[in-house]
Structures are given as C-alpha cells and as structure tokens.
Design a protein around this ligand. Structure first.
Ligand SMILES: [Zn+2]
Length: 281
C-alpha cells in the first residue's frame, strides 16, 4: 500500500532534483549577457533560474538595477542588500551595477522614460561588450510600471542605439499559473522532457525510413531540448535554495506576503524567455 506514494514521491523528487535548460542562443557561449532589472530584489525574485542556468553554461552575466529601490527611503540599505544577494548569486563586483538617477526612482505609479533608460544603459553595454539584454516583458511579471519601463527602455536602446544588441523578455504568465509552487518546475520539466522524447521518436522514425530505402535523407538527432524551443531555465533543488538564500539577503523586503511569494512563485523555479528585438546586423 505504501509502495505507490513512496514511488510517486521518489519520482517527483527525481524530476525536481536537477536543473534543466533548453539549448538556445542564450547558452551557446557566444553571448555577453546584461540582465536589466528595476529594483534590488528583482534579480532573485524573478531571474534566479536564468542567472544560475547561465552560470552553468559558462555564459558571462552582468546585472544592472535601474534604481536603488528608494520608494520608502531605504535606498542605501537596499543597495547593500542587492550586493549581498549578488554575492550569493555569484555575480562578481566588476559586473554588478546599480543606478541612482532622479528620473528613475522606485515608484509604483510611474512609468520611466525609455530615452533616459537607453542613455543610462549605453556606457555599461559598451564597457561590458554586451550582445544580449535580458529584462522583463511589458507586463513585468507583477504589473509594476517600473518593470515594464525596463523592457521599453531596453527595446528602445536596441532599436535606436545599437542594432547588434538583442533583447529577450521574461514571459509574464497568467495569474492562475503564477503561484503553483513545485508544480511549476514539474510541469516545465515534463514539457521539456516531452519535447526531447518527441525528437527521439522523430529520429527513430526517420532512421527506419532511411534504412528501408524509403528516404534518401540521412537522419540526424536534433539537439535534445532543442533550439526550436524558446529559452527556458528550470532550477533544481540546489538552485532553488540559492535563490531562496539570495532573497533572504533582502531583509528589509521580507514582509509576510513576500515569504508566501518565495514559497509559491513559479519565478523562483522557472524562467521562460521570448525574443523582443533581434540583432539587425
Ligand atoms: Zn521590482
């Protein structure tokens, strides 16, 4: 009687245990990536699976927060928390940046000017030789206008300043799927394993046709979890715990509902990306 629950528990633990990511342009080793966030704590609340997945793929990642999160006058403390969080996320001091600009102040009622963001980003992108910007999408996961502004600013930069820079945006999922806890990484991993299985089946079928002389095309196995899929990063237990530890550095933000967020949010486990601006040259 106990066998079935034990088997299911072991299966779930095994699926959750390891991180997994798609092979995509983000992990091909050719990109210098800049993650553009809006506030200290965005990096671990929303982007930790990607940061840790890119580390595993040996991709150089820089991070820039467009504000110090000074909405409650805590800017100085929050900057210190941001630095501690980035210690946990293994971003070296030479690749972490935080902006204090009068037109980019943490404010839940304000959109930021894309021109200002674009100008602010420029020297960092040049100095770090950035080829790809990662940021929020227009909904900004939580609907915070500063998050959506980060997207508009990054897109404006790529379109107006530097056509070689690509922009990817983090997909905001609908509310019912946002707070699924460990169901989110389970579902995301099963999806990715399903794609790999389909590719294997496709390869096996093409091989049979080729060997039977019914096809002149030699089969080849597409890279499992292939480049046809969008960039996806799913954390395993270890990376989830690192993200959790990074979040705990933001002590000034850890009110009760943020603990609920940390325990239930899909973004502590899963990041899915879409292309916002492709390189023009
Ligand atoms: Zn934020």
């Amino acid at each position: 009687m106990l066998f079935l629950p034990a088997f299911i528990t072991s299966l779930v633990a095994a699926i959750l245990y390891k991180p997994i990511s798609t092979k995509s342009v983000l992990t091909n080793g050719l990109e210098n990536v800049l993650l553009v966030t809006a506030h200290p704590d965005d990096e671990c609340m929303f982007f930790a699976p990607t940061i840790l997945g890119l580390h595993a793929a040996n991709v150089t990642v820089s991070i820039l927060s467009l504000s110090r999160g000074n909405a409650d006058g805590l800017g100085e403390a929050r900057e210190a928390e941001y630095m501690q969080s980035l210690d946990v996320l293994s971003i070296p001091e030479s690749r972490r940046f935080i902006i204090e600009h009068p037109d980019l102040q943490d404010d839940i009622t304000k959109l930021w000017d894309p021109d200002v963001i674009s100008d602010v980003l420029h020297p960092y992108i040049v100095a770090q030789n950035i080829s790809t910007i990662l940021t929020f999408d227009p909904q900004g996961v939580s609907g915070h206008p500063n998050h959506g502004s980060a997207f508009l600013g990054a897109r404006h930069y790529a379109r107006s300043h530097d056509s070689r820079v690509k922009v990817y945006s983090l997909i905001s999922v609908p509310l019912p799927t946002k707070y699924l806890g460990i169901v989110a990484p389970l579902q995301a991993k099963i999806d990715l394993y399903g794609i790999a299985l389909l590719e294997l089946a496709e390869y096996a079928y093409a091989s049979v046709l080729y060997m039977a002389g019914r096809s002149s095309h030699a089969p080849f196995l597409k890279s499992a979890v292939s480049a046809r899929t969008m960039p996806v990063f799913v954390s395993g237990f270890d990376n989830f715990l690192i993200a959790h530890r990074a979040m705990r550095q933001h002590w000034s933000q850890l009110v009760w509902y943020r603990w609920l967020y940390v325990l239930s949010s899909r973004y502590m486990w899963v990041n899915e990306w879409q292309v916002a601006v492709t390189a023009q040259s």
